[in-house]
Write a protein that binds this ligand. Structure first.
Ligand SMILES: Cc1cc2nc3c(=O)[nH]c(=O)nc-3n(C[C@H](O)[C@H](O)[C@H](O)COP(=O)(O)OP(=O)(O)OC[C@H]3O[C@@H](n4cnc5c(N)ncnc54)[C@H](O)[C@@H]3O)c2cc1C
Length: 639
């Protein structure tokens, strides 16, 4: 393995660790910061906040994204909100409670020290964003408003209608734009990182392709930060933007970075059900809707009456029945599995068997149409545009869909991978959410990483010196560049007959079936075989039109799908070796009598971090043991 897999969690009581660590970390003198170049790949909430903060500190930053503007990063799609332990509602929230909820919500598969720090920093994020002018929703008296998300019994979610990600991203973008204007950040939009350059065991740069001209170039730096988001699109159909992919992290993994818990993928309970074989994308209906929407199915199987014609007594509000304490606000993994069970048992309200109701009639009676419109107006509008049904009049129909990935590159407490100099932030790392992320905690994590953690920890790395000067004339850059060109030519040369999308769809379908919401040993073994066969076919039969020296979206997609095909195998392998159920990883063989996830702490209380060891040999598994000193291991209960 290159580097080490040492978590580097500071000593001392958990509430003092971060404070003490900030004091103990080495600093780069202000005048020296301008001597360091940092590459940030990604300009979503994690990348934009990091790039802006690093530049503000005085580092020279090069920031890359594949969209035409940083403002189009997938973070813009985030709807429901961002958590913070401000306790504005005076309903019993605290840093400890957010910490506890997050460790429990992740089903005890995350690192306690990181989660505590996240909860601690959450309060600063809100102050930072308010100072930037992010228009969070306010109460009548002017105070910031909150709503509830799953897995919590307090209201701690700050929001800007159903457009929280967009507003937060505008805040981060304006900070980034200021630094671009000042010349501290060089922005490279429409530029895709296709490989990582490692010299003497340290990350020293990247190789990218200009998506407009096709030019392949190398960029050197003292440190590289990946903020490249998640890989839900391995399932083809997901709530993520179509462009989200695994390429940057997977290429880094192939250069020696460990990939942690790849099988921890979140299936979100409230999405618009898939409606046909040719659909290319799924749409989320924010979890915030579960504040006021009630989930139900008819008590009678196959009941085809219109929802309004089914009397209340003949409805099964199954989450409220099964989980009286949390009701409709159980965590996502639990809500998703129960929806699937209901549909598998014949209670679906959608022809084809995949849908349950999310009903607002009680809330509308209580708050009026305008009250509901104020909270969720844009989401209702979006639902009506897609389905043709007006959710003010009839319940929404929803079903679980791939949404978020807890797995990612392994990082230590400083958010640095085992490859010295390679830092990973936001959804791209595996860090804080264990086996299941709680709603509204991804934005919190991305901004904690970018605004408040990385700017300190990267300084600690850079201040330790010992970095030889390198530039892109170094043979390592030349070699990686040649490999990128060769791979691009190879994709173009296959000249088969099947489109990239057809392969992606096939991959997604088989991953959903074998490594999706529920998994079995046999299914995963089959999945592994099928993925391998599909990958072989891909390299013989894919058709990529056009040429490399031009705008070529088919080529872009082909590279991403080729990476998904390799990565999918690792996901199945990871899911196969984890012979337990935890959070969103549900192995049918391991469940309690009432169908809840059954962990095996004695054998699997660890982070599985995989080392790539070549195309023809099995990856090597490394384990980081997890200890729970503050939140004691217990079977999760939301009853
Ligand atoms: C529909 C939807 C709604 C959501 N709502 C919420 C919510 O309400 N609350 C919440 O907490 N979370 C929510 N989430 C999750 C949350 O939005 C994401 O986890 C988070 O925004 C990810 O931010 P990020 O900065 O890590 O990555 P992203 O925003 O995905 O940004 C990735 C960046 O990396 C760049 N990139 C990727 N690969 C490359 C490459 N190879 N080369 C160059 N650039 C590259 C992209 O161009 C982009 O700039 C939601 C997710 C979805 C799908």
């Amino acid at each position: 393995m290159i580097g080490e897999m040492r978590p580097r969690v500071p000593e001392g009581p958990i509430q003092d660790k971060w404070e003490r660590h900030r004091f103990e970390m080495k600093l780069v003198n202000p005048a020296n910061k301008r001597r360091f170049e940092v590459i940030v790949v990604g300009s979503g909430l994690a990348g934009a906040s990091a790039a802006a903060s690093l530049a503000e500190l005085g580092y020279h930053v090069s920031c890359f994204c594949f969209q035409d503007s940083p403002r189009r990063a997938h973070s813009i799609a985030a709807q429901g909100g961002i958590n913070a332990a401000k306790n504005y509602q005076n309903d019993g929230d605290s840093v400890w409670r957010l910490f506890y909820d997050t460790v429990k919500g992740g089903d005890f598969r995350s690192r306690e020290a990181n989660v505590y720090r996240l909860a601690e920093i959450s309060v600063q994020i809100i102050d930072q964003c308010v100072a930037q002018g992010v228009p969070f929703a306010r109460e009548y008296g002017g105070l910031l408003a909150n709503r509830s998300f799953g897995g919590a019994q307090v209201s701690r979610t700050f929001y800007a209608r159903g457009q929280t990600g967009q507003q937060l991203l505008l805040g981060a973008y304006q900070a980034l734009a200021r630094q671009i204007g000042l010349g501290q950040v060089q922005m490279y939009p429409r530029t895709e990182m296709l490989d990582l350059v490692v010299i003497d065991g340290r990350a020293r740069g990247i190789v990218v392709r200009d998506l407009v001209t096709g030019a392949i170039t190398a960029h050197a730096a003292h440190a590289v930060v990946l903020a490249t988001g998640g890989y839900s699109n391995v399932f083809f159909l997901s709530t993520n933007a179509k462009g989200c992919n695994v390429t940057a992290t997977w290429r880094a993994a192939k250069r020696g970075a460990l990939f942690a818990n790849p099988c921890f993928t979140q299936i979100h309970p409230t999405c618009i059900p898939a409606h046909g074989a040719h659909q290319s994308k799924l749409t989320l209906m924010s979890e915030s809707l579960r504040n006021d929407g009630r989930i139900w199915v008819p008590k009678k199987q196959g009941d085809s009456r219109r929802p309004g014609d089914i009397p209340v007594g003949e409805r099964d509000y199954y989450l409220e029945r099964l989980y009286p304490s949390f009701g409709n606000l159980v965590p996502r993994d639990v809500a998703s599995r129960r929806a699937k069970d209901m549909c598998d048992d014949g209670y679906s309200v959608v022809p084809g068997g995949h849908g349950v109701y999310l009903d607002f009639s009680d809330a509308i009676a209580r708050l009026g149409t305008s009250g509901i419109a104020e909270r969720y107006g844009n989401l209702f509008e979006m639902y009506e545009r897609i389905t043709g049904e007006n959710p003010y009049d009839v319940p929404m129909r929803i079903y679980p869909a791939p949404h978020y990935t807890m797995g990612g590159l392994w990082v230590d407490y400083n958010l640095m991978s085992n490859l010295p100099g390679l830092h990973v932030i936001g959804e791209a790392n595996f860090s804080d959410h264990g086996a299941n992320r709680l709603g509204a905690s991804a934005l919190m994590q991305g901004l904690a990483d970018g605004y408040f953690i990385l700017p300190y920890t990267i300084g600690d790395y850079l201040a330790q010196g010992k970095l030889e000067p390198v530039d892109v004339s170094h043979t390592a850059f030349r070699q990686v560049e040649a490999e990128v060109r060769e791979r691009t030519s190879r994709l173009l040369a296959v000249n088969g007959s099947q489109s990239v999308d057809a392969f992606h769809r096939e991959l997604g379908h088989l991953m959903w079936e074998q490594c999706g919401m529920s998994r079995t040993k046999q299914g995963l073994e089959n999945g592994l075989q099928q993925v391998r066969r599909l990958r072989e076919r891909f390299w013989k039969e894919v058709f990529v039109g056009g040429k490399g020296e031009d705008l070529n979206q088919s080529l872009e997609r082909a590279g991403r799908v080729a990476d998904f095909m390799e990565f999918a195998e690792l996901m199945c392998l990871d899911a196969l070796q984890r012979e337990e159920s935890c959070g969103a990883h549900f192995r049918e063989e391991y469940q309690t009598p009432d169908g809840e996830a059954k962990r095996d702490d004695a054998r699997f209380s660890y982070v599985a971090a995989w080392e790539w060891s070549g195309a023809d040999s099995a990856p090597v598994a490394h384990h980081e043991p997890l200890g729970f000193e503050y939140v004691h291991l217990a079977q999760r209960s939301y009853k």
